[in-house]
Write a protein of this length. Structure first.
Length: 126
């Protein structure tokens, strides 16, 4: 297996459980026609040596409050890591290594449940 295919399998195995139907907020399950909060316009840029900076926008519709976000990261550790943050719109990975492709998924939370997520990959240059 090549390095890319191992990464792809790890990223897929990591991302799939995040899309479980059981995570749909109760007010959406009960027939609310408004969409839950979501992460939009997710971008990754070099933030300096060993640093990848993520920025995004969030949208929440009537009846939903964006309470926090989670950043899921897969890179050199196939198991990945998760960082829980408040309702912010940026975060920096300060432990990134050059020439490693990182997969990030940022998810909004409404009442503690993950809802809309955005994904991006980035390789930190030398």
């Amino acid at each position: 297996m090549t390095r890319l295919s191992v990464f792809a399998v790890a990223a897929l195995a990591f991302a799939l459980p995040l899309c479980a139907f059981a995570d749909v907020p109760a007010n959406l399950q009960s027939g609310n026609t408004h969409l839950p909060p979501t992460v939009n316009n997710l971008n990754a840029t070099r933030g300096g040596p060993g640093k990848i900076t993520l920025t995004w926008t969030m949208s929440g519709h009537g009846g939903y409050t964006i309470q926090s976000v989670s950043v899921h990261r897969v890179g050199t550790n196939p198991a990945g890591t998760t960082t829980h943050l408040g309702p912010v719109q940026h975060w920096s990975d300060t432990s990134a290594n050059p020439n490693v492709k990182y997969y990030y998924q940022v998810c909004a939370h409404d009442n503690g449940q993950e809802t809309g997520c955005g994904s991006v990959t980035y390789t930190l240059p030398q």
